[in-house]
Design a protein around this ligand. Structure first.
Ligand SMILES: [Mg+2]
Length: 399
């Protein structure tokens, strides 16, 4: 089999990759939903792919792996890797998890990052409201992640939250605030988290997405202040979302001195960039995203290496779309016992279920997704329905 074309269309804000072959089967991959600007980055890979046999996944990856970087620049390489596995699976008539060594679980746990309703403020009372709404979700998730502190508008809503300047105009970067917290800010944050966890109760796991933006003394002070709450983890305090480095030594200062699990890794590209975090025991949990780390085989390698070092894994995935969801299910079915749960890609419109086959509506039941046995990744476009969502310039995407 040979790759004859690479196409990329932006559908619902999400660059979707189509690898076309001379045997009439297609491979699908997807870049995170809020990143339509990456379509040209995907297309830059085309000359390296034409004429290659997609079933030799690693051989093809060696041609393009140097064309990525930390989030968002590894997205194109990662989406193509998923499309290669999709083709390899379809060519073999097997689900991708079989090609990765087979599934070790028949259903995978997924957690839900639950965003605040627009009228919710960062107060203890509203965090109780947040927790109540989370528990009422029909998918019956068992774990939730709460965006808070420097990873939320708490920084701008709570007066004198930290000692740095609050940017009033549109910041140049999502997480532009960073600095030492005030005692008042710290006490307010702890009160909010206590309120949310008390409402959730011990039946539900709670993780916090917190940064980046913290300085090390505050990060440790906060992790210790919430030790009694049995949190799943605190994510990305020191470095994280869109930060092009890891600062493993600073993380280790926090992780080694608290019982609250510390998590990072969603922005990291390639296994090599997890080396100092894992070998240095700088965090308790890593969170690579298959759409950013370099693909699903890369994520599996990170999971295995983490397990050797007593480190857990909870993959990131909030913007990964329906093809990213399929990839997460396939790879997470194969991970060792250090696997906790992956982040459900909640940020896509329900019409994606109508223009594809593979998942029927939301596939989450009791906080888990069953691992399917369709060939490849298991999701296929219904072309006559999906065509309605193509923009003017992408009209030839399916042809
Ligand atoms: Mg995060």
């Amino acid at each position: 089999m040979k790759i004859t074309d690479l196409k990329c269309a932006v559908i619902g804000g999400s660059p979707v990759v189509r690898l076309v072959t001379d045997e009439g089967i297609d491979g699908w991959g997807q870049v995170e939903t809020p990143k339509p600007y990456l379509a040209p980055v995907v297309m830059m890979l085309k000359p390296a792919l034409i004429g290659q046999d997609p079933t030799n996944v690693e051989r093809v990856m060696r041609r393009i792996r140097n064309r990525g970087g930390f989030k968002p620049w590894g997205s194109g390489v990662s989406a193509v890797e998923m499309a290669l596995w999709d083709l390899a699976g379809k060519a073999a008539g097997l689900p991708v998890h079989k090609l990765l060594g087979g599934k070790v679980r028949d259903r995978v746990r997924t957690y839900r990052t639950f965003y605040h309703a627009p009228d919710i403020t960062h107060s203890p009372d509203d965090y109780v409201t947040w927790a109540r709404a989370a528990k009422e979700m029909p998918e019956k998730f068992t774990m939730f992640k709460l965006p808070t502190s420097f990873h939320s508008s708490m920084v701008t809503q709570v007066p004198e939250y930290f000692y740095g300047d609050v940017l009033v105009s549109e910041p140049y970067y999502h997480y532009a605030h960073r600095g030492l917290m005030t005692e008042r800010g710290m006490n307010h944050l702890v009160a909010c988290i206590e309120a949310a966890k008390e409402e959730l109760g011990p039946e539900y796991g709670l993780a916090l997405d917190c940064g980046p933006g913290w300085l090390q003394p505050d990060a440790l002070r906060f992790a210790r202040a919430v030790e009694h709450l049995h949190l799943l983890w605190i994510e990305d305090m020191i470095t994280g979302d869109y930060v092009p480095f890891t600062n493993a030594d600073v993380y280790r200062e926090v992780t080694a001195n608290t019982t609250t699990p510390i998590h990072t890794g969603e922005q990291i590209y390639l296994r090599q960039n997890f080396k100092s975090l894992i070998e240095g025991h700088a965090v308790n949990i890593v969170g690579p995203d298959p759409c950013d780390v370099g693909g699903i085989a890369e994520l599996k390698w990170v999971a295995e290496y983490a397990d050797l070092h007593g480190i857990l894994i909870a993959p990131h995935g909030t913007g990964n779309g329906i093809f990213g969801l399929a990839a997460l299910v396939q790879v997470c079915a194969t991970l060792p016992d250090n696997y906790i749960a992956f982040e459900f890609p909640a940020r896509f419109e329900p019409w994606w279920y109508d223009i594809t086959e593979g998942f029927v509506n939301s596939p989450v039941h009791d906080g888990h997704i069953a691992v399917g046995d369709r060939p490849g990744m298991g999701v296929e476009f219904i072309v006559d329905k999906a065509s309605a969502y193509l923009s003017e310039e992408d009209q030839d995407f399916f042809f």
